[in-house]
Design a protein around this ligand. Structure first.
Ligand SMILES: [Zn+2]
Length: 245
C-alpha cells in the first residue's frame, strides 16, 4: 500500500484551516451557546430580529479567526452557509484530531510498518470518535438520496495513518513518509536533537552490559527493523543489532 506524498485536496484544506487557527490546541466556540449567552447578556445592544443577533454573533466569532478560515466560512450575512461551514469545520477538526491522536497513542507503531498494522487490524479498529449527520435530499427522480458531505468526501478512502500531529509543535500534517513524526524541517531538527540528547543522557546513566533494547534507548527502529524482533544499539559499532533472546 503506497500512500500519496501529499494529502488529497479536500483533506489538505481542512488541515490548513485547523493549523491556521491552532485548532489542534483549542476548540471553536459553539455557535448556539454564543447566541444564548448574547441573548441573556444585558450588555448586548438591542437587536430587532433573531437573525440579526445570529449574524452579529457569527461576525464577532469570524473576527477572531484567520483570513483562511474566514474565506472558507464566507460572509456571515449568508447566515445559513456560514453556520453549515462552521459546523463542518468543527466536526472535521474533531475527526482529524481523533485520527491523529489514534496514531500518536499507538505505542506499537514503531515496531511494525503501518501497512502491517492496518492488515492486522490493530490500529484504528475502533470507531474514530466522531459522528457526521447524513443529509437526505430528494433526487430529480423523486427518490431519497444522501446529500454530499464535505467531511466524508475529504476523509473516506484516505490513509488514516498518514494524518498525524507533529511531535514537537502539535500541528496537523500529512506524513509523506511512514516514519515522519514532524510537520517540517525545523521541528524535525528539534526532534532529532532531543532524541540524541536523551540517548546520551541515558547512555551516561546506565552502563548496559551486552546491549539494550533499542526502543528503550529512544532509538527508533525504522522499516528495516520492522520484523518485530528487539534490537540493541551496539555501542562499539554504533549499529542496531538484533537481540538474541
Ligand atoms: Zn511541527
Amino acid at each position: 500500500m503506497v500512500a500519496p506524498s501529499e494529502a488529497p485536496e479536500d483533506l489538505a484544506r481542512f488541515i490548513e484551516l485547523i493549523n491556521a487557527d491552532r485548532l489542534f490546541e483549542r476548540e471553536l466556540p459553539n455557535l448556539d451557546d454564543e447566541v444564548d449567552a448574547a441573548m441573556g447578556d444585558p450588555q448586548t445592544a438591542p437587536f430587532s430580529t433573531l437573525r440579526g443577533l445570529w449574524t452579529r454573533v457569527c461576525g464577532e466569532i469570524a473576527g477572531t479567526l484567520s483570513a483562511e478560515t474566514r474565506s472558507f466560512l464566507g460572509p456571515e450575512a449568508a447566515l445559513r452557509q456560514f453556520q453549515e461551514r462552521y459546523r463542518s469545520l468543527k466536526v472535521a477538526r474533531q475527526a482529524i484530531l481523533g485520527i491523529a491522536r489514534s496514531y500518536r497513542n499507538d505505542t506499537s507503531k514503531h515496531a511494525r510498518s503501518s501497512a502491517d498494522l492496518i492488515v492486522r487490524g490493530e490500529w484504528l479498529s475502533e470507531d474514530v470518535p466522531f459522528q457526521v449527520g447524513v443529509g437526505l435530499v430528494v433526487s430529480a427522480s423523486g427518490q431519497l438520496a444522501i446529500s454530499e458531505d464535505a467531511i466524508l468526501n475529504a476523509l473516506v478512502g484516505v490513509r488514516a495513518d498518514r494524518i498525524r500531529s507533529c511531535a514537537i509543535c502539535g500541528r496537523i500534517f500529512w506524513a509523506a513518509r511512514v516514519n515522519s513524526e514532524c510537520c517540517g524541517e525545523v521541528c524535525r531538527k528539534t526532534y532529532n536533537q532531543r532524541n540524541s540528547r536523551r540517548n546520551r543522557q541515558r547512555g551516561r546513566m546506565r552502563n548496559p552490559p551486552a546491549g539494550f533494547i533499542a526502543q528503550d534507548a529512544g532509538v527508533k527502529p525504522t522499516e528495516p527493523y520492522s520484523d518485530g524482533a528487539f534490537h540493541y544499539l551496539d555501542r562499539a559499532s554504533g549499529v542496531l543489532k538484533p537481540l538474541a533472546v
